[in-house]
Design a protein around this ligand. Structure first.
Ligand SMILES: [Zn+2]
Length: 220
């Protein structure tokens, strides 16, 4: 069994800078083959996390797109206004893409201050990669849902989380609302990841392959 992180702190000296409250849950460890993951995803019958939206037209908002400011790659799909066919603004509802169980909800999240964000990114440039703890901070306020088989979806940069969100959720439930938490610009958008074990959906794939894959797995 692996334990999903239950707390995340960024420390400068001894001062706790970020305090994120999460539900503590265990996710069954699962190492499926790529084909098995795709089958499991299809069986989930997922929808997209914003009502009426389509996948972004902009390849830079897909998984694998370079993120030079933090010496890394994008690990999810961005839903920005103007790129996904529907209006996306602060407060746009975010939907659970399939049935599952809430394993993290940052209800007591406090956004990182700009100077601390800059300090973290300076460290990233010195290291040449983004440590997981920093990446976690950059994702802002988050909700994570476990769908079994090691498949977890992450909904990031939220402005707010639905009241009382915990336990089991059903596809289409409103879990939170679009925001810009964790970002520098605060431009409202949803950053959405599908985690497959230790990897993310789309890792190593071209934009076309990713678009085809999404078409294949989405609920018809
Ligand atoms: Zn993103």
């Amino acid at each position: 069994m692996i334990i999903v992180c239950i707390s995340c702190e960024v420390k400068t000296g001894d001062k706790k800078e970020v305090d994120i409250q999460m539900d503590k849950k265990e996710v069954p460890e699962s190492e499926l083959s790529n084909d098995e993951y795709i089958d499991a995803l299809k069986k989930m019958g997922p929808i997209l996390p914003i009502k009426g939206a389509s996948i972004t037209k902009n390849n830079n908002q897909l998984p694998n797109a370079p993120r030079n400011y933090r010496c890394g790659s994008h690990e999810g799909f961005d839903f920005y206004n103007g790129f996904c066919g529907v209006k996306i603004e602060n407060g746009t509802p975010i939907l659970a893409i399939a049935n599952g169980e809430i394993i993290r909800a940052d209800t007591n999240y406090i956004d990182i201050e700009l100077e601390k964000r800059e300090a973290l990114l300076k460290e990233v440039r010195n290291l040449g990669f983004t440590p997981d703890s920093t990446l976690d901070v950059l994702r802002g306020r988050q909700v994570w849902i476990s769908h079994g088989n090691g498949i977890v979806t992450r909904y990031c940069h939220l402005s707010r989380i639905s009241k009382g969100l915990k336990g089991k959720v059903t596809r289409g439930d409103i879990i939170g609302f679009v925001g810009g938490s964790g970002t520098k610009s605060k431009t409202p958008h949803l950053h959405f990841e599908i985690r497959l074990g230790k990897d993310f959906l789309g890792k190593g794939k071209t934009p076309k392959e990713i678009r085809d894959l999404v078409k294949e797995i989405l609920r018809k």
